[in-house]
Design a protein around this ligand. Structure first.
Ligand SMILES: [Zn+2]
Ligand SMILES: [Zn+2]
Length: 352
């Protein structure tokens, strides 16, 4: 496929899509029914459908029986961890191997002009982003993903929270499935915004941001605190009346869905004519510029409301720069008050 039809490449070799990222169309006023109708297939397919399919697979073939799960034990927890490890290896490994090791698509539709393997750095374990990201994902994040899974399965099994049955509450549970991506987005935005504050960033979130040029294995490369809080989104289903399948769907949206922002390519070519949209650009801009797009794709447009949305356009760049200059002014004004104007400070600049 010719990526020049869909975007432009700058002198450095970074590719950017034409147009701008748009928030979910149902926020538009006056309502745009046709746009909403056109948006629905992309909301369902392929990613949310995949997360629901894997939730069902886990429920019917992986999750132990209820009697076993009434008692906490290392046995069934280790089984779930083993399956999650294998599944994550197959899922993340497939994209990493196809697009970053075999490089079947070369640079086509790739946002960053380099591959992480070409950029060794001291910030990573063994100076390698790939090894660092892989080890952090598999030794830290996936065990914590499993911990969250064990907590909610055990709670449902021993009856400490309401377990609504599909036969009794089909409409409510179906609605909850549709709302789950919004729960994900709000939960992610809130914890993500919190770990971007000065101290939490330094101690926790900077690990994830070491990957300025993310690849699939960067998705779950996190500090343990972030990894737990991120997957803990599924624990909302212990607060809201729910069902373990919906909680699994919510968990997989976090565990597997983290890949969306870190694919590094706009389109993933499957055949010469067929491709899949990655939905990666919004979060790629977060890794690049650091102070924009704290949420997801704008299903709940918290970034728009908070003034941190970057839609990928020149205007988005301009707004980001204006915010940065305002912040600089604010900091200098504060310091001038404190130091009689003798000292000036510069806030961390958005990454270039
Ligand atoms: Zn961040
Ligand atoms: Zn990220």
């Amino acid at each position: 496929m010719d990526d020049q039809l869909y975007g432009t490449r700058n002198k450095r070799g970074d590719w950017a899509p034409h147009g701008r990222s748009e928030i979910a169309p149902f926020w538009a006023w006056p309502p745009q029914f046709l746009k909403v109708l056109k948006w629905i297939p992309g909301f369902v397919w392929p990613w949310n459908a995949f997360h629901m399919a894997t939730a069902l697979l886990w429920w019917y073939f992986v999750v132990p029986d209820i009697e076993t799960m009434k008692t906490l034990s290392w046995g069934w927890a280790a089984w779930l961890l083993g399956v999650n490890w294998l599944a994550a290896l197959a899922f993340y490994g497939f994209y990493e191997w196809r697009f970053y090791v075999r490089k079947v698509q070369g640079q086509r539709f790739k946002y960053h002009h380099k591959f992480p393997s070409e950029q060794p750095s001291d910030v990573f374990w063994f100076k390698s982003q790939n090894i660092d990201n892989f080890l952090r994902s598999f030794l830290v994040s996936i065990p914590l993903w499993t911990l969250v899974q064990v907590i909610f399965l055990w709670s449902f099994a021993k009856g400490s929270v309401p377990w609504l049955r599909w036969a009794d509450h089909p409409l409510y549970l179906a609605a909850l499935v549709l709302v789950a991506p919004a729960i994900h987005e709000v939960h992610f935005f809130v914890i993500h915004r919190a770990i971007h504050t000065k101290w939490l960033y330094k101690w926790i979130h900077s690990i994830h941001h070491n990957s300025v040029n993310p690849s699939p294995f960067s998705s779950l490369s996190m500090h343990p605190v972030e990894a737990f809080l991120y997957h803990a989104v599924a624990l909302w289903h212990l607060v809201i009346p729910s069902n373990p399948i919906v909680a699994l769907f919510q968990l997989h949206m976090a565990g597997f869905g983290a890949i969306n922002g870190h694919l590094g390519f706009e389109k993933l070519e499957l055949t010469d004519a067929l491709s899949m949209d990655s939905h990666a650009y919004t979060h790629y801009l977060h890794h690049k510029h650091f102070e924009v797009n704290f949420g997801g794709d704008g299903l709940i447009p918290l970034d728009t409301w908070m003034g941190t949305w970057h839609d990928g356009s020149k205007e988005g760049d301009r707004l980001m720069q204006a915010r940065y200059e305002k912040k600089l002014e604010r900091i200098n004004r504060r310091n001038n008050g404190r130091n009689d104007g003798r000292r000036k400070e510069t806030p961390p600049s958005p990454h270039e």
